[in-house]
Write a protein that binds this ligand. Structure first.
Ligand code: ATP
Ligand code: MG
Length: 428
């Protein structure tokens, strides 16, 4: 046998058995977002590398070690997008959506990060991305979170906890940086290699470390809360008040700083203990400086990304089921003339009953073999078309989920005969 070509490590196929859950989760999110005035935007998967360097930040996990970067045939450095915000902001600036405007946007698709693959962490994964451009908040901050809570509710997902923090403005963060650097310098020997490297260039990233050995040291570090300016503190208080008024539970986590450089003020994460170590399902924050930083006129903004692999898994764990894609009706047609007539009849049935899931036997086979396929298909009803039926202009209607339910009806009367069987499938 010839050797097989294998998929790339960390990049999964989503098979037909799973796509119904994905489609359901995505459709639910689309529906919820539409209800809040969010509209879809689609941007390329490839961007110039500098877009991510300038937005995400040079001293971040993503830019330092996770990007899929390569030169195209012209020597231009391109990167497979590791996240969606940078591309959406670029598109907004380039298409004139920024100046004195407001846009509530969403987008979805694959993201690429060269990470160590494990459960819940892949090299190609999917995000559902939400961005509100041109809104200074705090109202939109609260609404974004309230909207997410609605999505979780509609998906039947519990066990998601909201963590919230404010990381203030760049000036306060500079002061915090100094305090943090001083603290970690005093504990140099306890820092791991990554953190030592980050100490001078970006000490905030140390708080993001996933190394268990570092957690105690991190727990003792000074808090960013002390460095908040008055406006940021008021903004944060207001977000919290609106969430409380809406009945949304949250926990202020003063150590939540987020792994990307462009955030300011409100940052948040929805986390679960149901998925093992990869517990963050949705994360985001305000990025008031990014549009200007990427060459647009200044524009406040907030956004977040939902990890769809993790959300779909949580949906399944919660017992959520998606609408079935198994056929309702299987059409058995024996003989060439019956196959041609069956195809035509099937078209009429689909016209007459939109949404009908009807599978026509293709690939031949005798009556018995076709009936076995009909049973295996999961259909509730088999329609049987052979030479006799063809000659008489009739068709057999056989219930597959209970004994002896077979009748012969005229071909014009099939829909009427199907209706009671499909509207109240036996056994349901
Ligand atoms: P982490 O700190 O766990 O690496 P992150 O800060 O890099 O997370 P974000 O960039 O905020 O993650 O991405 C938003 C969400 O996308 C995450 O909360 C998670 O649900 C999902 N996500 C991120 N990276 C991956 C991945 N490699 N595989 C699957 N899902 C991911
Ligand atoms: Mg990461």
């Amino acid at each position: 046998m010839t050797a097989q070509v294998q998929a790339i490590r960390g990049m999964s196929d989503i098979l037909p058995a799973d796509t119904a859950v994905w489609a359901h989760v995505e459709a639910t999110l689309r529906g919820v977002l539409g209800g809040y005035g969010y509209r879809e935007i689609r941007v390329p998967i490839l961007e110039r590398t500098e877009l991510f360097q300038r937005s995400i930040g040079e001293v971040t996990d993503i830019v330092e070690k996770e990007m899929y970067t390569f030169d195209d045939r012209n020597g231009l450095s391109l990167t497979l997008r590791p996240e969606a915000t940078a591309g959406i902001v670029r598109a907004a600036i380039e298409n004139g959506l920024v100046h004195n405007q407001r846009h509530r946007l969403w987008s979805t698709g694959p993201m690429f990060r060269y990470e160590k693959p494990q459960k819940g962490r892949y090299r190609q994964f999917h995000q559902f991305d939400i961005e509100a451009l041109g809104y200074p908040g705090p109202d939109i901050d609260a609404e974004l979170i309230i909207m997410l809570a609605r999505a979780w509710r509609l998906l039947g997902i519990r066990h998601l906890d909201l963590q919230l923090n404010s990381i203030g403005m760049p000036e306060g963060r500079a002061r915090y940086r100094e305090a943090l650097t001083a603290y970690f310098r005093g504990h140099l020997d306890e820092l791991d290699e990554d953190s030592r490297r980050r100490l001078e260039r970006n000490p905030l990233r140390i708080l993001d470390s996933k190394n268990p050995a570092m957690q105690e040291l991190i727990a003792g570090a000074p808090l960013i809360t002390a460095c908040l300016d008055a406006d940021s503190a008021a903004h944060f208080a207001s977000v919290q008040a609106m969430l409380s008024a809406a009945g949304i539970a949250f926990r202020v986590n003063p150590r939540l700083v987020r792994g990307l450089d462009y955030y300011n003020r409100t940052v948040f994460e929805w986390v679960t203990d149901q998925l093992g170590t990869q517990g963050a399902v949705c994360a985001g924050g305000r990025y008031d400086g990014l549009v200007e930083q990427l060459g647009g006129s200044p524009m406040p903004a907030i956004g977040c990304a939902i990890g769809l692999e993790r959300l779909a898994e949580l949906f399944r764990l919660g017992g959520g089921a998606a609408a079935s894609c198994t056929p309702e009706v299987y059409l058995v047609a024996v003989g060439d003339a019956a196959v041609a007539a069956g195809m035509r009849l099937a078209e009429n049935l689909r016209d007459g009953r939109p949404g009908l899931r009807l599978e026509v036997n293709c690939g031949g086979g005798g009556f018995k073999a076709q009936m076995r396929r009909a049973d295996a298909s999961g259909a509730v009803v088999a329609l049987v078309l052979g030479e006799d039926e063809l000659a008489a202009g009739t068709i057999g209607v056989k219930g597959l989920r209970r004994e002896g339910g077979q009748q012969t009806v005229s071909q014009d009367g099939v829909l009427a005969a199907l209706a009671p069987l499909l509207d109240h499938p036996p056994g349901n």
